[in-house]
Design a protein around this ligand. Structure first.
Ligand code: ATP
Length: 322
């Protein structure tokens, strides 16, 4: 391997920049040429590629987002387009690719290397932490802390006005963000797509919460779920049961911002390891972390397997309120 390329794809996440920095610097230190691909697969298929020098990654470790830009590229689901993309990499004499992104991006990476033979290593770069084969994804720790900061503030108002607040966090189909944010914020309840939920249970626990003289305030953390508008619908239902909940949708505020120290270290370690694995001849794997050890998982597993949510966390939030 003489030249590698790196891209960021799917939703941006804080820590992508430290990963790009680590990949660039470790590859350069080992005598490789490094190319940056702008806008993920969208840039790849039109050849939006430039050579990365050490100075390109100066002063980016603390910056949220991604200097390489990111995008969603439906066209990449077409094998013909993936083959054209391979030709573009060959034209630049690039013989290895590192893709930083979520499970969709890593699925595309798997098909790409299978069909074209170009070695590809994936890194888990998503705030959602829903990728099989890693305890932690780049950006997850930052989103937890950003959401917590917001919820701590909302709680001030909830307590002062003795109100219940529904706070919606990101995570699409998964409740990994909601469950951890819920525990760490001391939420009265956590609602996630993976665990069945009954409105009656929620109303009952709010009533018993009051009966125990804990005041009329509370925070319910809701995972956004696959269909938009869930939290507002929930608020309406609670209103019909006599509650007057406030609603706060944290939204995109969660995606940006300076990566935490944890995410910077994680991204740096995973980025450097990805280069090592690529140089050692590995392909079609994701480099992640399990039990604090750097591990590799076949990309095929990421395509086929869903990362389970620990349902104990959801229950724990309620237990800690009894
Ligand atoms: P996040 O979870 O943070 O949003 P993601 O990587 O899962 O990130 P997606 O929008 O699912 O985000 O995927 C990003 C891109 O990966 C898609 O726009 C597409 O280019 C590529 N991709 C996703 N699924 C496939 C697939 N089945 N085959 C080929 N490419 C895919």
């Amino acid at each position: 391997i003489k030249a590698i390329a790196v891209m960021t794809s799917g939703g941006d996440s804080p820590g992508m920049n430290p990963a790009v920095r680590a990949i660039t610097r470790s590859a350069l230190n080992q005598g490789l040429r490094v190319f940056g691909i702008n806008r993920g697969y969208s840039g790849l298929i039109i050849g939006d590629i430039f050579e990365l020098k050490s100075t390109h990654v100066t002063n980016i470790i603390q910056r949220g987002g991604t200097i390489l830009k990111s995008d969603r590229c439906p066209a990449f689901k077409d094998p013909v387009v993936r083959n054209q993309a391979a030709e573009i990499l060959k034209k630049h004499e690039i013989d290895g690719l590192i893709v930083i992104g979520g499970d969709g991006s890593l699925t595309g990476a798997h098909y790409f290397t299978q069909e074209t033979g170009i070695p590809v290593i994936g890194l888990p770069g998503t705030i959602d932490n829903d990728i099989y084969g890693t305890d932690d994804s780049i950006g997850f720790d930052t989103v937890l802390n950003t959401a917590l900061d917001a919820i701590d503030r909302i709680r001030d108002t909830a307590v002062s006005h003795e109100r219940i607040f529904l706070v919606e966090v990101m995570g699409r189909n998964s409740g990994h963000i909601a469950s951890q944010v819920g525990i760490a914020s001391g939420a009265e309840m956590i609602i996630v797509p993976e665990v069945d939920f009954k409105l009656e249970t929620l109303c009952f626990s709010l009533a018993s919460h009051r009966a125990q003289s804990k005041g009329g305030s509370g925070i319910i953390v809701v995972a956004e779920g696959p269909a938009p508008g869930l939290t507002y619908r929930l608020a309406k239902q609670l209103e019909s049961h006599g509650e007057k909940p406030g609603v706060s949708i944290l939204g995109y505020i969660q995606r940006g911002g300076r990566p935490t120290g944890h995410d910077r270290v994680l991204a740096s370690c995973l980025g450097a390891s990805a280069v090592t694995y690529l140089m050692a001849g590995f392909t079609d794997i994701m480099v992640g972390v399990i039990n604090s050890q750097i591990t590799t998982t076949p990309l095929q597993d990421i395509v086929e397997k869903k990362k389970p949510l620990n349902p104990d966390l959801v229950e724990l939030a309620q237990l800690l309120h009894k």
